[in-house]
Ligand binder design. Structure first.
Ligand SMILES: Cc1ncc(C[n+]2csc(CCOP(=O)(O)OP(=O)(O)O)c2C)c(N)n1
Ligand SMILES: [Mg+2]
Length: 810
């Protein structure tokens, strides 16, 4: 195998340690790594024998993680991937019992605090909010942001976690935020596999951190493979640190410090991490630590065997250069420990890991067994009074003989018993139904809860304050209303920051932030490079560390460049940690009709489908938008606000309390009353609908126009459904694709609000065409709903139900 890295000098910094202390440290490190290896070996066996679904482990990566753990301090952050169990054990952020609890998908957060059984094994997270949603003292704890399975998906978040340190250090107004940071001395540690460095997110974030000069330490665990695909197909020159050399800082430039070290060389690793993290922490210089010559003793995961694609030579090299074996040999050669003593430690470690595994297995198994016993007991009681004794006994015996049963087996048995006894009534059956109800509630909480934090600080619970208008309230451009709203909030709350492309110097392309950088400084109102994924990731990292970011995506059309971060990471964060983490970032963007294929987007269907876990706000004008910002900036859940791109220069009255009034989320408004038809619309099409309403009146048709204001949550007071009680006719108008957001609205109104039963004619949707909107006013007219289209659609529906009164127009 190639000799690529700088060999260690064989020295560790011993200034503070006696030789005995030093030996103890090294031996303890080895024990942690050895236990971690045992966990990987046993974990794989548990999967292969059917006790767990899937396994991916950190074997072959242990020793570097010991070195990384030595320089990881309280207040620091990790954003990493599924190979980091040794690091998590060495820092104490996780332990073996939790490792196995997660492998077995234990939904109890006291057993698997990272995800409450929701994530695959080795997907780590610490809980940094309390049960009530309040923050823990992050400066006093070690912090791990929640892992994901997507390779490189965590990189944008890593940037944000590091950027928070920069803001805490440089913005003196934040010095009172000591529970989040001590003068920005915290490092954000990232880990990534060599293969995942091929992803765009890696390169985007790598560049951004070099520009920003943030304390971000990226370790690349390089085992020369990404599942079966070798480095030759992944990386130019097969060497990531080699090709990133241009990022090395030089005198007078920004940039990185880049290190390369072998993954089996304990001494060199400890030295390297010591040096790298010192410069990163003190000077806020990002560092890359490229750890080469790592191995995969058991292959990539439990899904296949690496003997299929690695050569014999490679496999032999991997077993010779196994980092544990190398560390062991070095310890014996350096007289740190004898062969006998190390064997003893290994035997003890094996026993201990087994114990942890059994405890985790029994712990979950006992609870499942208790559920099954209860279900069987209740079904047996029912058997006593039922005509279907034999069938019910079979249900019991089936569930009792089930191999490795789960909670679903107890519930499924009860449901089957109830199906069988469909014709019977008895107290025993009622008892079973009650039990099933209780179990359903518990399982709802175990498996379906915490899409949002739902704490007392939820934006859904923010006080509703109406907009207040002075008699002589001035009429301003919409953008000026927003500007006044932002200014007031920035004055009120020093933790609010806004950033995005052109947000700083010119105050965004539509001037919502105009003048605010001058007033609040460029740490609070900030330009960024063109990197949408990083903008959202930055927002996430800042929000996780107690700041209130408004992350701006210039046009909603460019949201797709950030959709992976928004969907995989931000939207799933609360759910995938079972409420252990939150990132209340506000994504500000603008869209709907204007001009051209990439400046008229209204992809609400995409957003609704990809971003459950964010509040989705579609204000019809800038005053409503301001009220939504006022709500969201006082809440603790993430949201996206899509402003109307064609509304910035329309006049609106300035509320006297422009920075205080709140628009509640999920509350629909009736903009115009009318008995003939309910027309639901949102965003820019509302103005078109209102114009159409005037035309329709001339034809003797009076429509009721409902603005849901937010699509998620959607009309929680059933305003649409109630309106249908009066009109019995429903039209949904938007400018998304046919069958996209309008289909979602139909589902809400017809199914959830039971509107179906109120209809006396088929419901309709009127949306844009299947293609993107062409450039120019004619393009707009012929591809998005126009006043004429709306008038004719409404009128046709009226005509259909009463042709005598409403003869066809043409
Ligand atoms: C975005 C994405 N693409 C593909 C995958 C499937 N996948 C999972 S792990 C992996 C290989 C990763 O290799 P590397 O980054 O070198 O890390 P290693 O597993 O070797 O430590 C792939 C392709 C994924 N999880 N996410
Ligand atoms: Mg790899």
């Amino acid at each position: 195998m190639p000799e690529t890295a700088n060999p260690g000098t064989g020295k560790l910094d011993l200034t503070e340690l006696s030789f005995d202390d030093f030996k103890n440290v090294v031996v303890n490190d080895y024990r942690i790594a050895y236990e971690s290896r045992q966990a990987s070996l046993i974990g794989r066996r548990e999967v292969l024998t059917g006790k767990a679904k899937f396994g991916i482990f950190g074997d072959g990566k242990e020793v570097a993680q010991l070195a990384m753990a030595k320089v990881f301090r309280k207040g620091d952050w990790r954003a990493g991937y599924y190979r980091d169990q040794t690091f998590m054990f060495a820092t104490g952020m996780s332990n073996l019992k939790e490792f196995f609890a997660q492998l077995y998908a234990n939904p109890d957060i006291t057993e698997d605090p990272a995800s409450g059984g929701r994530q695959m094994n080795c997907h780590y997270a610490t809980r940094f909010i309390n049960e009530d949603g309040s923050w823990i003292n992050q400066a006093e704890s070690m912090n791990c942001s929640a892992d994901m399975s997507t390779t490189s998906g965590h990189m944008p978040r890593l940037l944000g976690l590091a950027y928070a340190s920069k803001l805490y250090r440089q913005n003196k107004e934040l010095s009172s935020s000591a529970t989040f940071s001590v003068n920005g001395n915290e490092v954000a540690f990232g880990t990534i596999g060599n293969g995942a460095t091929s992803e765009g997110l890696f390169f985007e974030v790598f560049n951004a951190a070099g520009v920003l000069q943030v304390p971000m330490a990226i370790s690349v665990w390089d085992d020369a493979y990404a599942i079966s695909v070798p480095a030759s197909i992944q990386t130019t020159k097969e060497d990531i640190s080699e090709i990133l050399k241009g990022f090395q800082r030089e005198t007078g430039t920004n940039g990185y410090e880049i290190f390369k070290v072998r993954g089996w060389d304990y001494v060199a690793l400890c030295e390297t991490y010591e040096r790298a993290i010192a410069v990163c922490r003190e000077e806020h210089v990002p560092v890359l630590i490229h750890v080469t010559e790592m191995t995969q003793p058991q292959g990539h995961s439990t899904s296949g065997s690496h003997e299929r694609y690695k050569t014999k030579d490679r496999l032999t090299w991997e077993s010779d250069y196994d980092c544990l074996l190398q560390m062991r040999n070095w310890m014996i050669e350096s007289a740190i420990i004898t062969e006998d003593d190390i064997s003893f430690i290994e035997d003890e470690a094996k026993k201990y890991v087994r114990e942890c595994q059994r405890e985790a297995w029994n712990n979950l198994g006992d609870k499942i067994k208790a559920d099954i016993d209860e279900a069987v007991h209740l079904i047996s009681q029912l058997t006593q009074v039922s005509e279907l004794k034999k069938e019910l006994e079979e249900v019991c015996s089936e569930v009792l003989t089930c191999v490795d049963p789960g909670r679903k087996d107890a519930v499924a048995a009860a449901r089957k018993a109830l199906r069988l006894t469909i014709q019977e009534t008895s107290e025993e059956k009622n008892a079973l139904i009650d039990w099933l109800d209780r179990e359903n509630n518990k399982n709802e909480d175990r498996f379906n809860s915490k899409l949002f934090t739902g704490s007392s600080s939820s934006p859904l619970k923010v006080n509703v304050i109406a907009a207040d208008y002075a008699e002589d309230a001035p009429s301003l451009d919409g953008r000026e209303i927003l500007n006044a709203c932002f200014e007031s909030n920035f004055e009120r709350d020093k933790t609010i920051v806004a950033f995005g492309e052109d947000v700083g110097a010119i105050g965004d392309v539509n001037q919502g932030f105009a003048g605010l950088q001058n007033k609040f400084g460029n740490l609070r109102v900030t330009d960024t490079g063109i990197r949408e994924a990083s903008i959202v990731g930055k927002g996430m990292g800042l929000a996780m560390r107690g700041l209130k970011p408004i992350a701006e995506i210039q046009y909603v059309d460019y949201l797709l460049y950030a959709i992976t971060v928004l969907s995989d990471d931000l939207a799933s964060l609360s759910y995938r940690t079972a409420g252990g983490q939150k990132a209340p970032v506000i994504v500000r963007t603008r869209g709907h009709r204007l001009e051209g294929i990439w400046h008229s987007g209204s992809p609400l269907g995409i957003i609704l489908n990809a971003l459950r876990g964010l509040h989705i706000c579609v204000p019809r004008n800038m005053t409503q938008a301001a009220g939504m910002y006022n709500t969201l900036l006082r809440g603790d859940e993430p949201a996206i606000v899509i402003e109307c791109l064609n509304g910035y220069r329309l006049k609106e009255k300035l509320p006297a309390n422009v920075g205080q009034f709140t628009v509640p989320l999920g509350k629909a408004e009736i903009l115009r009353e009318g008995p003939d038809m309910t027309v639901v619309s949102y965003g820019s099409t509302l103005r078109v609908v209102m114009d159409a309403a005037v035309e329709l009146e001339k034809l003797g048709v009076n429509i009721e126009v409902v603005d849901p204001q937010t699509l998620y949550p959607f009309d929680t007071d059933n305003v649409c459904g109630s309106s249908l009680q009066k009109t019995n006719k429903l039209l949904v108008v938007d400018e998304d694709l046919p069958g996209a957001a309008s289909a979602y609205i139909l589902q809400k109104v017809l199914e959830a609000q039971k509107g179906y039963y109120l209809l006396d004619s088929p419901p309709r949707t009127l949306s844009a065409k299947d293609h993107r909107p062409p450039y120019g006013s004619d393009g707009d007219y012929f591809s998005k709903p126009s006043v004429d289209d709306i008038v004719e659609t409404v009128y046709a529906m009226m005509s259909e139900s009463n042709p005598a009164k409403y003869p066809p127009i043409y």
